[in-house]
Design a protein around this ligand. Structure first.
Ligand code: NOJ
Length: 600
C-alpha cells in the first residue's frame, strides 16, 4: 500500500491504561483510592510509557455499583476529591503527553439523580425520562416479583443482569421502572429527545473541559424495542436479546456523532451480548454513521463462563483464536479493534488465560505479547503490567461486588445453589472483584495502596508482586510491558500491518504474521506463542521461515539459556533462536513468546 494511504490515527498508535480509581491509590487514608492518589502516580504512568488513561467513573454517585450509578454527571464524587483535583489530574496527564478518556454512563443513571427524583414525582418535564410502565395481572402471567401491589406482576419477564426482575416498583409514582442493572440504576428513555439533548450537552461540557474521549458504558443497550417483548430463549427473559443493538441505536449514536463527536477523539463503545453481528459493528464504527473509534465486545470474555456466576465452561485456545480472527477479518477494511483480556469487570488475565503458578511471569508476558502485536489498540488494566493475579477469595464476606453478591444470594435463597461453599471455585474464578483488589505498589502493609483500612482485601501475594519489585528487576513483567509499548513508536508494522493467522485450529500454539508493504519495502513480524506449560515444536510454512529475521522481543532471556525443565540449555541462545526461524522449526519453551522482525 502506498505509505500515504495508511489511515493513520493517534488512537490506533496509542496504548491505553485503564484506572479503576477506587483501587488505584489512596492519598487521604480513608481506604478508598482517589484522584489525588492518581496524581501522585503520574510519573509512574509516564515511566511505563502509556499514551492514554481511561478513567472509570469519578462522578457523584451513591456507589450502588461503584460509580456506574451516577447522581450528577458534572460533579466529582466526594470520596474521590474535587473538580479542582480532577483539573490537576487532567493538566498533569497532558503535561506528560498522556490523554484522558472519561467514562460515559448513559444507559442509566442513579435513582438519586435529580432527573429520576423529578420523574418519580411525576414532574411533567421529566415524566418520560425513564421507562415507567404499569404492572401486569399476576394471575395472567407466569413471572413475578416480591414487591409491588398485591396481585400485580412486573410489566414483563425481563431479568436484571445483576439478579432478580429488571423492574422495581416505585411507591411514590405507583408504577414500575426498568433497570437492566441494579434497582438503583434506572434505565434512561432515549426515545425522549430531551434525554438525548441532556446527554449531548453534558458530553460537550466535558469536551470543553479538555478531555480526549469517552469510553461508553453498555452503549448498545440504549434502544429498547417497541412493546419490550419477552424472549424465553434468553437467560434474562429478553432483557439481553431485546436490548442489545436495538432498533434505534444507530439513529441515536449517529445523532451523537453529528452533534458532539470528532475523529480526533478516542471513543470506545462497550457492547454487551454474546455475539455482535459484524454489520452492526461496522455501523458503530463507520465515521459517516455512529463514528466510534473502537468497541469492546465480550465474545472472548464468555468462553470460560457458564450461564451463571457459579458455572464454568471448558474452553480451548482455538476458540479464543477464532474470536480474535473473526474480529480482525470483520474490521480489517473499515474499522479498528480494541484489544483487551481483562478490565474492572473481569478476572485477572494471567489467572484466566495464563498460568498464575509456576509460569506466572512467562505467561503474563506472553499474553501481553499477544495484545500488543495483534492489530488493534491495546488496553492495559491497572496491575496487569505487574502480572497481578486473582484473589484467593475464601468467604462471601470478602466480596464487595453487587454483581457477585446479589445473584449468589438470590440463588442460595431460591435453593438453586446450596451455599457459597458449594460453588466457591467457580465464583472465585469468575467474580469481578478479582480485578478490584488494590493496586500493589510495594511489599508494605496494604501494598502501599493506603495508610487506612482498604475497602476491599489486598492480595496477599503483594509481598512478591508489586511495583517496587517489578521496577527494580530488569527481567520483570513491568519492563517487558515498557518494551512492548515502545515497539509501536518504532515499527509501523506493529500498528498497521495486516494480520495473517497460522494454524487456526491448533489448541496450543498461536502463531501469526503481521505484514506491511509500503513504498519503502515490506516489513514483517512473525509472532509465535506457546499457550502451554510444556515445550512444543512448531513447524512453520516455508514462506514464513526467514534467514534475515531478528528476534525483536521474547519472554525468555535468550542469553540465560534456560530450557523447559528449568535447566541450563547451552543450545538456546540468540543465534539458535534466529536459526530456528531460518529453518522454520521453532522449539518453544513453556509459555514462550517470540516476536521476530524482518524487512525486505
Ligand atoms: C459495564 C461496567 O463496566 C460495569 O462495571 C457496570 O456494572 C455496568 N456496565 C453497569 O453500568
Amino acid at each position: 500500500m502506498p505509505t500515504e494511504d495508511i489511515d493513520r490515527r493517534w488512537w490506533k498508535e496509542a496504548v491505553v491504561y485503564q484506572i479503576y480509581p477506587r483501587s488505584f491509590n489512596d492519598a487521604d487514608g480513608d481506604g478508598i483510592g482517589d484522584i489525588p492518589g492518581i496524581v501522585e502516580r503520574l510519573d509512574y504512568l509516564d515511566a511505563l510509557g502509556v499514551d492514554v488513561v481511561w478513567l472509570c467513573p469519578v462522578y457523584d454517585s451513591p456507589n450502588a455499583d461503584n460509580g456506574y450509578d451516577i447522581s450528577d454527571y458534572r460533579a466529582i464524587m466526594d470520596e474521590f476529591g474535587t473538580m479542582a483535583d480532577w483539573e490537576t489530574l487532567l493538566d498533569g496527564l497532558h503535561d506528560r503527553d498522556i490523554k484522558l478518556v472519561m467514562d460515559l454512563v448513559v444507559n442509566h443513571t442513579s435513582d438519586e439523580h435529580e432527573w429520576f427524583v423529578k420523574s418519580r414525582a411525576g414532574e411533567d418535564e421529566y415524566d418520560d425520562y425513564y421507562w415507567w410502565r404499569e404492572g401486569r395481572d399476576a394471575d395472567a402471567v407466569d413471572w413475578s416479583a416480591t414487591e409491588g401491589p398485591e396481585g400485580e406482576a412486573p410489566p414483563n419477564a425481563w431479568k436484571s443482569f445483576f439478579g432478580g426482575p429488571a423492574w422495581a416498583y416505585d411507591d411514590e409514582r405507583e408504577a414500575w421502572y426498568l433497570h437492566l442493572f441494579d434497582r438503583k440504576q434506572p434505565d434512561l428513555n432515549w426515545e425522549n429527545p430531551d434525554v438525548r439533548e441532556e446527554v449531548f450537552e453534558m458530553m460537550e461540557w466535558w469536551f470543553e473541559k479538555g478531555i480526549d474521549g469517552f469510553r461508553m458504558d453498555v452503549i448498545n443497550l440504549i434502544s429498547k424495542p417497541e412493546g419490550l417483548p419477552n424472549d424465553p430463549d434468553d437467560p434474562f427473559g429478553g432483557a439481553m436479546s431485546q436490548s442489545t443493538n436495538g432498533p434505534r441505536v444507530h439513529e441515536y449514536l449517529s445523532e451523537m456523532n453529528e452533534r458532539v463527536l470528532d475523529r480526533e477523539y478516542l471513543t470506545v463503545g462497550e457492547m454487551l451480548g454474546p455475539k455482535m453481528p459484524m454489520d452492526h459493528a461496522r455501523r458503530y464504527l463507520d465515521p459517516d454513521e455512529d463514528g466510534l473509534s473502537m468497541l469492546f465486545h465480550f465474545e472472548h470474555m464468555l468462553l470460560d463462563r457458564g450461564e451463571d456466576l457459579w458455572k464454568r465452561r471448558d474452553w480451548d485456545l482455538s476458540e479464543l483464536k477464532a474470536v480474535f480472527n473473526r474480529w480482525d477479518e470483520g474490521l480489517k477494511e473499515d474499522g479498528w479493534n480494541s484489544l483487551y483480556l481483562n478490565n474492572h469487570d473481569q478476572p485477572r488475565m494471567v489467572s484466566r488465560f495464563g498460568n498464575d503458578g509456576a509460569y506466572r511471569r512467562e505467561s503474563a508476558k506472553l499474553l501481553a505479547t499477544l495484545l500488543h502485536t495483534l492489530r488493534g489498540t491495546p488496553y492495559i488494566y491497572q496491575g496487569e503490567e505487574l502480572g497481578m493475579t486473582n484473589y484467593p477469595f475464601d468467604s462471601l464476606d470478602e466480596f464487595r461486588d453487587v454483581d457477585t453478591l446479589n445473584p449468589l444470594r438470590e440463588a442460595v435463597s431460591e435453593g438453586e445453589v446450596e451455599s457459597f461453599e458449594a460453588v466457591k471455585e467457580a465464583v472465585r474464578a469468575n467474580s469481578r472483584d478479582n480485578a478490584r483488589t488494590p493496586m500493589q505498589w510495594s511489599a508494605e502493609e496494604h501494598a502501599g495502596f493506603t495508610d487506612g483500612e482498604p475497602w476491599i482485601g489486598v492480595n496477599p501475594n503483594h509481598d512478591e508482586i508489586n511495583v517496587e519489585a517489578e521496577r527494580a528487576d530488569p527481567e520483570s513483567v513491568w519492563h517487558y510491558y515498557r518494551d512492548l509499548i515502545s515497539l509501536r513508536d518504532e515499527y509501523d508494522v506493529v500498528v498497521y500491518g495486516d494480520y495473517e493467522p497460522l494454524f487456526p485450529d491448533d489448541g496450543t500454539v498461536w502463531a501469526y504474521t503481521r505484514t506491511l508493504a509500503t513504498d519503502a519495502g515490506t516489513e514483517r513480524l512473525v509472532v509465535a506463542l506457546n499457550f502451554s506449560s510444556s515445550e512444543v515444536a512448531v513447524g512453520l510454512p516455508d514462506e514464513v521461515a526467514s534467514d534475515d529475521a531478528t528476534l525483536l522481543l521474547g519472554n525468555y532471556d535468550a542469553a540465560s539459556e534456560v530450557d523447559a525443565a528449568g535447566d541450563t540449555d547451552p543450545d538456546l541462545d540468540v543465534d539458535t533462536v534466529a536459526d530456528e526461524l531460518a529453518a522454520g522449526d521453532l522449539r518453544l519453551r513453556p509459555w514462550e513468546a517470540r516476536v521476530y522482525h524482518d524487512s525486505t
